[in-house]
Ligand binder design. Structure first.
Ligand SMILES: Nc1ncnc2c1ncn2[C@@H]1O[C@H](COP(=O)(O)OP(=O)(O)OP(=O)(O)O)[C@@H](O)[C@H]1O
Ligand SMILES: [Mg+2]
Length: 461
């Protein structure tokens, strides 16, 4: 029997809303509708201007959620038939029964009696990526992915901090990671909830907690007392295995000061992070930041289930960026990648300039003695430069104008700061991952990465 597509679509939307508390977005709706019409993923991708991989990813999530709700393995191929059956069944028994009893099997109602016991472990499976950016390309990072999966799945760390300078690929890696560990195959998902939130717009802790609690219990009234909110959240982190990603944590720190000092009004995040490390629960919090997070550094030395991964160059996988951007002169790629620190965002910016002004000829672009910083790259560095404290800027400029790495002793001499101040500033720059430490003839020396160095020198002129 041919049921009206709109009706089936409406049922699917309602089921998902009841289950997740969220309405479908444009892409999700289009995927459902076009699937009902028998379209391929490829065509849906063309229509929505999304990549096919992304459409498949979102599609897989939809089938997964619907499978959870209906207790049956739903795929793109059987979605229509099962939903049509569900619709008929639903008309007979009322929708509430379907949604309240996750294990009911609508295409074969007789089986349902064997599955009516409430499940021992929560079978909910909710992905809320909020405004997480879409991953279009993903290259390399196999080692980082396996380290992080191990930390999460086998070592069951409660908190992981993922650090790295701007544009190195933290956000991208974290999204790839959750896609991999939760698998969209048949195995039970690692997490009941996967939530991504960015702190880019500096929400207060109350806002953040309220927002999270809304996901777990959409209809309950929330309190404005932080302690109540915290203990409420802890309850869910114990009951369910959740993965919560907080991105852009550095936005909680005050600009113009030394690293790691919270903006006023945001100090309570300190207790929040600390609590999530020290109090027992079965969830995992992934903190993404351009700078070290002081509480995490401290607790790491105390053997709590918390660890930090610092993300560096994309390495040889960055060749794929050059390939994708159709650059010429393959033999010069390695040097290009090294010069721009294997930073995918920097390489992407530079590739645009090489295409636009050098017809893709990498060798021609690299002919010059000095490193070229395209406008977009300068703007990117400028934004971070403005967040530094005046003493840090002073020291960075001194180091930039040196040809050799600098020791603490030299910074004191060159900058006319006291030993105490010099130590604090160097430490602060290290927390921001802007300085690298080396050992040279038994003397500890610090270097600045060449891109920053170039920026600081040209900035002064
Ligand atoms: N492994 C990767 N393969 C391909 N492209 C990547 C990879 N990692 C990052 N990129 C690309 O590099 C750019 C920067 O990545 P991303 O936004 O993840 O960096 P970030 O470390 O989160 O930066 P920020 O600190 O500014 O938030 C993006 O355009 C992204 O698509
Ligand atoms: Mg990011």
């Amino acid at each position: 029997m041919d049921m009206d597509i709109q009706e089936v679509l409406k049922l699917a939307e309602e089921l998902i809303y009841d289950h997740t508390g969220e309405n479908l977005d444009y892409l999700q709706k289009t995927i459902l509708q076009r699937t009902l019409e028998g379209q391929t993923y490829k065509k849906i991708a063309e229509e929505t201007y999304a990549s096919e991989t992304h459409v498949r990813y979102i599609g897989a999530k939809l089938w997964k959620i619907l499978s959870e709700i209906l207790g049956e393995n739903i795929t793109k191929a059987n979605f229509r038939t099962i939903l049509e059956n569900a619709k008929i069944y639903n008309l007979a028994i009322g929708r509430d029964n379907i949604t309240n009893n996750i294990n009911i099997c609508p295409s074969n109602p007789r089986n349902s009696s064997t599955k009516t016991n409430p499940p021992q472990t929560p079978t909910q499976y909710i992905i809320d990526l909020d405004k997480a950016p879409e991953i279009i390309n993903f290259y390399g990072r196999t080692e980082e992915l396996s380290t992080l999966s191990k930390w999460i799945v086998s070592d069951r760390l409660r908190v992981i901090s993922l650090l790295g300078i701007s544009g190195i690929g933290k956000t991208t890696l974290s999204l790839q990671l959750i896609q991999e560990i939760n698998g969209f195959g048949d195995q039970t998902p690692t997490f009941n909830y996967i939530i991504y939130r960015t702190l880019r717009f500096s929400p207060t802790l109350t806002t953040t907690l309220t927002n999270l609690l809304q996901i777990f219990a959409p209809e309950t009234k929330t309190s404005d007392n932080i302690e109540t909110l915290l203990s409420e959240l802890q309850k869910y982190l114990k009951k369910y295995r959740c993965c919560i990603i907080f991105d852009d944590v550095q936005k909680l720190f005050a600009p113009g000061k030394l690293a790691g000092q919270y903006k006023s009004g945001y100090e309570d995040y300190q207790d929040f992070f600390q609590l999530l490390v020290t109090v027992s629960h079965q969830s995992c919090l992934l903190l993404i930041s351009r700078e070290k997070i002081p509480e995490i550094t401290k607790l790491e030395t105390e053997n709590y289930p918390v660890r930090t991964l610092i993300l560096g160059s994309l390495g040889a996988a960055a060749n794929e960026i050059c390939q994708k951007r159709q650059l010429a002169d393959r033999e010069s790629w390695e040097k290009l990648i090294n010069n721009y620190q294997g930073n995918p965002r920097w390489l992407d910016i530079v590739a645009t300039t090489i295409q636009e002004l050098f017809s893709g000829q990498v060798a021609e672009f690299m002919e010059y003695e000095t490193l070229i910083l395209p406008e977009a790259l300068q703007a990117e560095l400028e934004q971070q430069f403005e967040n530094l404290s005046p003493v840090e800027i002073r020291i960075m400029e001194k180091i930039a104008n040196q040809n050799q790495p600098i020791s603490i002793g030299e910074t004191i001499r060159k900058s006319e700061l006291s030993i105490q101040e010099s130590v604090n500033v160097i430490q602060s720059l290290k927390k921001r991952l802007l300085l690298d430490r080396q050992l040279e003839n038994n003397l500890t020396v610090f270097t600045l990465n060449p891109v920053w160095k170039k920026y600081l020198i040209s900035n002064k002129k």
